[in-house]
Design a protein. Structure first.
Length: 393
């Protein structure tokens, strides 16, 4: 039997072709691995950092609504953008640079007063609105139909907060202390005071029944800002507990229903138990641009402007943080119930507290800068007017 023979040059060409094919396959394989690694960075990078693994949200049916703005509803703002709009129980509180208004949900005026505050700030409870002048000495409590009281402080006001029992916590400058706190009852009488010798008071969070509060103070250690919480029961001379310091500038503190306490900082989020013990800390990997907290939900938006990458991080008690990468352009975040509303110019994305995208409102008539949700309505804050959308998922 004759064994077939092959030319050496032909064999070499076939081997070269085989090596070329294998090289291409190898390059494609490596490229695929790199691409997979890049696009799943949000999954494996936290593991390498020692952060908790993110639970992936379950997909649900998406409610898509084309914006149908109510032409009959219109609130005009004489002073232009810079006004504040907050929900009250079946009402809206609006504060601009010269006046305070309470409207019902259809835009009818229920209460209207003038003010002369240079830097007015608004806080609301279910039935009341607290207005105070940052850098000034005046504050007032307003109801839906009339003013409750009007007060003046000895020192200039740094900040103020309002509890659900309509207690007003007012932090002022002092000649003797770095800052001092006075808490007023619903009639405007002081019943609790706190003086800070070595740190500045930057936030007040009342407990559920307004029988005490957490005072957040800011100090510096080795050139780094440190935020610390002090829990007081009204009527007691000594604090219930004092937390460890967290290296961040605390912007908000939220008391969850399970008695854990969240601190929202400019660089990190921290969670404490009911005794003030630090449970865990989550550091943002990009600068924070906006945040919101309400009920049992905290939502933080971070953004890398160079990479045009925006991330929504959701924190709820008893669960790992949920991270969602967004399309970009989100300018405002608002929480209503368990839903998170993200305004991005001319559309609104709605997420559940579990991170599921549950709604979309698109084709807004203009690019709005802020939103507010009350009842079945979304209120859109434009430069010099407020619009309304009837929204039900």
């Amino acid at each position: 039997m004759t064994v077939p023979t092959m030319d050496v040059s032909e064999l070499s060409r076939k081997n070269d072709k085989k090596r070329a094919v294998m090289l291409i396959v190898t390059v494609v394989f490596i490229t695929a691995i790199v691409l997979i690694a890049v696009f799943t960075k949000h999954i494996w990078l936290p593991v390498l950092k020692g952060e908790p693994e993110q639970e992936q949200p379950v997909s649900t049916e998406l409610s898509v609504n084309e914006a149908n703005e109510d032409d009959k509803f219109h609130i005009s703002i004489d002073s232009g953008m810079g006004y504040q709009l907050m929900p009250m129980d079946n009402a809206l509180a609006l504060l601009d640079d010269s006046s305070f208004h309470v409207y019902n949900l259809d835009g009818k005026v229920m209460n209207e007063t003038q003010h002369s505050y240079a830097n007015p700030i608004l806080c609301t409870s279910k039935t009341k609105a607290l207005i105070y002048d940052v850098g000034g000495t005046q504050f007032r409590l307003e109801g839906k139909s009339k003013q409750v009281y009007d007060k003046q402080t000895d020192g200039v006001i740094y900040l103020a907060r309002l509890s659900e029992a309509d207690y007003a916590a007012v932090v002022t400058k002092s000649d003797k202390y770095l800052s001092e706190l006075r808490v007023y009852n619903e009639k405007g009488n002081v019943f609790f005071s706190y003086y800070s010798y070595d740190s500045r008071i930057i936030d007040i969070e009342f407990n559920k029944n307004s029988t005490g509060c957490i005072i957040t103070v800011l100090s510096a250690e080795k050139g780094q800002l440190i935020s610390k919480m002090i829990n007081y029961s009204f009527g007691a001379e000594s604090p219930v507990w004092t937390s460890v310091g967290v290296p961040t500038l605390a912007m908000d503190v939220r008391w969850f229903d399970n008695d854990t306490i969240a601190m929202v900082g400019d660089t990190a989020y921290a969670l404490f138990d009911s005794n003030g013990t630090l449970l865990n800390k989550y550091t943002y990997d990009m600068p924070i641009t906006d945040y919101a907290s309400s009920g049992n939900t905290v939502a933080v938006i971070t953004e890398n402007t160079d990479l045009r990458r925006t991330v929504l991080t959701i924190f709820t008690p008893g669960a790992s943080p949920v991270v969602r990468v967004l399309d970009g352009g989100e300018e405002d975040v608002f929480i209503s119930g368990s839903d998170i509303y993200l305004l991005a110019g001319d559309y609104i994305d709605i997420f559940s507290s579990a991170g599921e995208k549950v709604g979309l409102v698109n084709k807004l008539s203009d690019r709005f800068e802020k939103l507010c949700k009350n009842g079945k309505y979304i209120y859109l804050l434009g430069y010099d007017s407020v619009g309304r959308i009837d929204y039900v998922k």
